[in-house]
Design a protein around this ligand. Structure first.
Ligand code: FAD
Ligand code: SF4
Length: 450
């Protein structure tokens, strides 16, 4: 078993995948809520992409109105229970808290979780669908962007059908983000909240395979593409087909759909990349019992796209970081299994581009290589809908998210451009809401609905 600091990692692999943070107790929540200054024109609201009325939901916790608190959160953010766990709060709401100048910011994420956990336990619907207005919308993809759009549209009276390729709805919240940060039960509850509004979710249905784009275009008044991104691309080096080389998203997914196995116990693992996918893959490998886990990145810590809290988290788990290191070749044995990785040291040139340093090649002995260098795009599907795109990123109007086709909109990771930092659940949720509002405006302008 790996040498982990902090004593969190157990030899019982199932325990390792339980949620790390246990949540606030009632007295902790009330004490924290009472620290809030309930600022007028609160900066935290502006810093939250979904503009949750943060002081309002916190005040409701302080007064014991947990249903009101949860409704305030979820009204603004249909995936607010997930966001309470995965938002980079230091960069968003908590980063803007005025108490940063004085003591420590209000733990907005934890309070948000306290209220939404209460709602999850009640198992009762919090919202009612609007009266049907006779218009239909197809949403492709049931991740945070698709779910958020679906929730808003059904409140406005639209008949919504979601097409989802996977067996379960929820997108990366369900299959991608590790269960020790986001248990799938939380995501399943958010999905249920959307379903109980009458939204039909057709799972195991891949658009472009099980149903053609044209069929959807013919049958629905409006279409929303919320398809996220694809798998992790290849590194483009020798040895990628060896046993022991895998895609980080697929690697994490396996731990979300079945109990962990002991295949990695005692193994040495290298994760290539330094974004949040790389951190999730590395900390998952640690929890599966790997003896040593290294993250290799061709640039420096300053350029990594993972957030500081994720970096700290991985460090706490004992993950080793090798900066300015790029893979050259994956080495295998006669059984076609990974045994090592040839790497080269890099230096950043004046333009900040990594360039290899001649003669610095070394070989690291290891058993597993996990690729975490971003995600491919769904260009084929985007083209099946005849949409303009830039290298697989759907071109949309910055305000309405309308694509080059009048009745088709796109939101979430599939409109997330290269060169930006990390895609976020909360931004996808906000874009889903914005798309719903934009669609509603078009019908209102045409006076087709009251
Ligand atoms: C490992 C990992 C860790 C992350 N950690 C965080 C984090 O801590 N905090 C954070 O804010 N963000 C995090 N993110 C990013 C976040 O998960 C995404 O930004 C967010 O999920 C995007 O939402 P989306 O709805 O656009 O796409 P997705 O969640 O990817 O959902 C897209 C859905 O579309 C479906 N789909 C695709 N093609 C088709 C098709 N042809 N037919 C039918 N359905 C289709 C997919 O199956 C999927 O369910 C992480 C991402 C990864 C990969
Ligand atoms: S959704 Fe995220 S950014 Fe917004 S208040 Fe909640 S934790 Fe903060």
């Amino acid at each position: 078993m790996s040498a982990i600091k902090g004593g969190r990692i157990s030899s019982n692999l199932i325990e390792n995948f339980e949620e790390i943070h246990k949540g606030l107790t009632r007295s902790e929540a009330i004490e924290e809520a009472n620290r809030c200054l309930y600022c007028y024109d609160a900066p935290c609201i502006k810093a939250c992409p979904t503009s949750i009325q943060i002081p309002k939901f916190i005040k409701k916790i302080a007064s014991g109105n947990l249903k009101g608190s949860a409704k305030t959160i979820l009204e603004a953010n249909p995936v607010g229970a997930s966001c309470a766990r995965v938002c980079p709060t230091e960069e968003l709401c908590e980063g803007a808290c005025v108490l940063n100048h004085d003591t420590k910011p209000i733990s907005i994420g934890h309070l948000q979780r306290y209220a939404t956990d209460w709602a999850i336990k009640q198992k009762e619907p919090l919202f009612k669908a609007g009266e049907r207005n006779g218009k239909t919308v197809a949403i492709i993809g049931s991740g945070p962007a698709g779910l958020s759009a679906a929730r808003e549209l059904s409140l406005l009276g639209y008949e919504v059908t979601i097409f989802e390729a996977q067996e379960e709805a929820g997108g990366l919240n369900h299959y991608g983000i590790v269960s020790f940060r986001l248990p799938k039960e939380v995501v399943q509850w958010e999905v249920e909240q959307v379903k109980q509004l009458g939204v039909e979710i057709k799972t195991n249905t891949t658009v472009g395979v099980d149903i053609k784009a044209e069929e959807i275009i013919d049958h629905f008044d409006r279409i929303i593409l919320a398809i996220g991104m694809g798998k992790v691309p290849n590194l483009g080096i020798e040895g990628e087909t060896l046993k022991g080389v895998c895609d980080a998203i697929e690697f994490v997914k396996q731990t979300k759909i079945k109990d962990p196995t002991d295949e990695l116990v005692g193994k040495t693992v290298a994760v290539i990349g330094a974004g949040n996918t790389a951190i999730d893959a590395a900390t998952t490998a640690v929890r599966l019992g790997a003896a040593n886990v290294k993250i290799l990145y061709r640039r420096t810590k300053n350029e990594m796209s993972a957030y500081q809290f994720e970096y700290d988290f991985a460090k706490q788990d004992g993950v080793e970081f090798r900066w300015l290191t790029a893979p050259l070749k994956i080495i295998g044995n006669e059984q076609y299994e990974v045994t090592g990785l040839e790497c080269v040291k890099m230096a950043l040139d004046e333009a900040g581009r990594p360039v290899p340093i001649k003669g610095s090649e070394t070989t690291i002995d290891l058993d597993v290589v996990i690729k975490a260098i971003g995600q491919t795009k769904h260009s084929e599907l985007i083209e099946a809908f005849s949409l303009n795109h830039t290298k697989g990123v759907v071109d949309v109007d910055a305000e309405t998210y309308q694509t080059s086709q009048e009745n088709i909109y796109a939101c979430g990771d599939c409109v997330f451009g290269n060169g930006q930092t990390e895609a976020m659940v909360v931004s996808a949720a906000e874009q889903g809401k914005e798309v719903a509002k934009a669609i509603h405006r078009t019908f209102m302008l045409q006076s087709e609905i009251a």
